[in-house]
Design a protein around this ligand. Structure first.
Ligand SMILES: Cc1cc2nc3c(=O)[nH]c(=O)nc-3n(C[C@H](O)[C@H](O)[C@H](O)COP(=O)(O)OP(=O)(O)OC[C@H]3O[C@@H](n4cnc5c(N)ncnc54)[C@H](O)[C@@H]3O)c2cc1C
Length: 465
């Protein structure tokens, strides 16, 4: 048997690649993985999800401690700089890399370090940092190479005060003020983090609203709470030019406004990492953003080559990348895999307040003329929230007024991204088990945040006539 021939070759060891490789290995397939970085885990582990969430938690802990009455009375106050807070991520990244590496080792999946590029439809060349080249051939391929921040020409990212969502992690001081250009998920999350650190934040949105894919009530709540905390949000603005100076950065907007802050975080768009893959050799054409078009089964225009994760665009979540990887491998192996897994992907957004949702929004249901009703639970009316003091938040359930089927669950407030999964568990059930009655007829621990489901369900049910 040819040692360098594999049933499946996966390019990228982020969540997309890992999901794809493990699914094939568990089914006894001969799998190889290639990654340009020696340490597995992908952009997710090294530059995006893990460092940003570890940083967020460090900021949260510091602000919690500083706002705690007991600590204040004892004269304890913590004042860590941005780089000190950042350090906390390193341990988590190492743990993640070590653990994920064992998945490949235990399942006997060789990881080839090097930049992979196609030389023909069934062969890739992997060029290692040392310059060695290895040729690997495969029956199938999964491309899971992720994306990188989009850098527009004309913005000087070598300037020491101008950052993108990857380089911001190397910020060597705590700025007094920051402009964040781009109010997508990454922009909003960083706006919350910097504001929680006491930094003055300008959040520039090129669109009409923040995070337009969310339910309107949640969008309004996010904008309200961010503003209330002091984030200055400017909608419908477009950048004309950026000027990096010794003492700050000036962003000139097409509307005539000028914003001067200590630093600029450019968080507007991402580009798929497809440019170095040699796709011209196999006839796959990325779109203008470097993303790969795929069908519902994650096949590219070349059917034995699949693509998953950020390189295919929306929703660009680690959670989605992982399940897409598993789905793609199941498909190429001819194994059954629930389509709902890749269709009903929840959103988890780590702003302040945290946001999470699954299913359809009120806007979508109204447009589709679905007769729905809505039930709300405000966190401030829950005993658990009153005890913890985390009373900002709301859970809302959208359900069909005739069948009582759950159509969408939307939540903001502390731990929203955990709370959503209770609703998702019922939402994902086939009829007739997906029903509002579950929340009405279930005993919830008291006091819990989960109780919000009963409160919201009764609130909505009582509206029916
Ligand atoms: C600041 C930030 C915060 C985020 N927070 C969250 C969050 O809280 N929750 C969430 O679900 N998602 C979050 N995301 C999104 C998440 O990080 C991505 O969706 C996820 O990393 C995508 O996984 P992936 O497998 O597609 O690619 P990646 O994780 O980017 O991995 C791609 C891998 O491919 C390798 N590669 C690229 N080109 C080649 C090549 N030619 N040859 C060999 N190897 C190659 C790279 O080295 C890399 O290891 C965040 C993103 C950002 C930017």
């Amino acid at each position: 048997m040819d040692a360098s021939h594999f049933d499946l070759i996966v390019i990228g060891t982020g969540p997309g690649g890992e999901g794809a490789a493990m699914q094939a290995a568990k089914h006894g397939k001969k799998v190889a993985v290639a990654d340009r970085w020696a340490r597995v885990g992908g952009g997710c582990t090294h530059l995006a999800t893990i460092p940003s969430k570890a940083l967020r938690f460090a900021i949260f802990q510091m602000t919690e401690a500083n706002n705690n009455k007991l600590f204040r009375e004892a004269g304890i106050s913590i004042n860590l700089t941005f780089p000190e807070l950042r350090k906390s991520a390193r341990g988590v990244i190492d743990q993640q890399v070590e653990m994920r590496r064992t998945f490949y080792d235990r399942n006997r999946v060789p990881v080839y370090q090097g930049l992979a590029r196609f030389v023909d439809p069934h062969t890739v060349e992997v060029i290692s940092d040392e310059g060695g080249t290895q040729r690997l051939s495969g029956d199938f391929f999964v491309i899971a190479v992720g994306a990188r921040p989009y850098r527009p020409p004309g913005v000087d990212f070598t300037h020491p005060r101008i950052f993108d969502s990857e380089t911001i992690l190397d910020l060597a001081f705590t700025p007094q003020s920051i402009t964040i250009y781009g109010a997508g998920v990454v922009g909003c999350e960083y706006a919350s983090m910097f504001r929680n650190l006491g930094v003055k934040v300008n959040l520039v949105n090129t669109r009409d609203k923040l995070l337009e894919f969310l339910d309107d009530e949640i969008i309004d709540a996010l904008a309200y709470h961010m503003r209330e905390r002091g984030v200055l949000i400017r909608h419908r603005e477009e950048c004309l030019r950026v000027e990096g100076r010794d003492d700050g950065v000036v962003v000139f907007l097409k509307s005539g406004k000028q914003l001067k802050t200590d630093v600029l975080l450019w968080a507007n768009g991402r580009t798929g990492n497809t440019d170095l893959l040699g796709l011209d050799k196999i006839g796959i054409v990325p779109d203008s953003r470097g993303n790969l078009p795929v069908n519902d089964d994650f096949q590219t225009s070349v059917p034995h080559v699949y693509a998953v994760g950020d390189v295919i665009g929306f929703p660009s979540l680690a959670s989605a990348a992982y399940v897409q990887g598993r789905f793609a491998t199941s498909h190429l192996l001819g194994q059954p895999c629930a389509r709902s897994m890749v269709r009903d992907i929840p959103a988890g957004i780590y702003t302040t307040p945290e946001i999470s949702s699954v299913g359809r929004t009120e806007r979508q249901l109204t447009e589709a003329s679905v007769p729905y009703e809505v039930g709300h639970a405000l966190f401030r009316s829950l005993a658990r929230a009153q005890i913890t003091g985390q009373t900002t938040g709301m859970l809302k359930i959208l359900f069909h007024r005739e069948t009582l089927e759950i159509l969408g669950v939307h939540c903001f407030g502390a731990n929203a991204s955990e709370i959503i999964h209770i609703g998702q568990a019922i939402f994902a059930q086939p009829a007739p088990n997906n029903t509002l009655m579950y929340f009405i007829n279930t005993t919830f621990n008291y006091p819990t945040m989960a109780e919000a489901y009963r409160v919201a369900a009764l609130n909505g049910y009582n509206r029916l006539f």
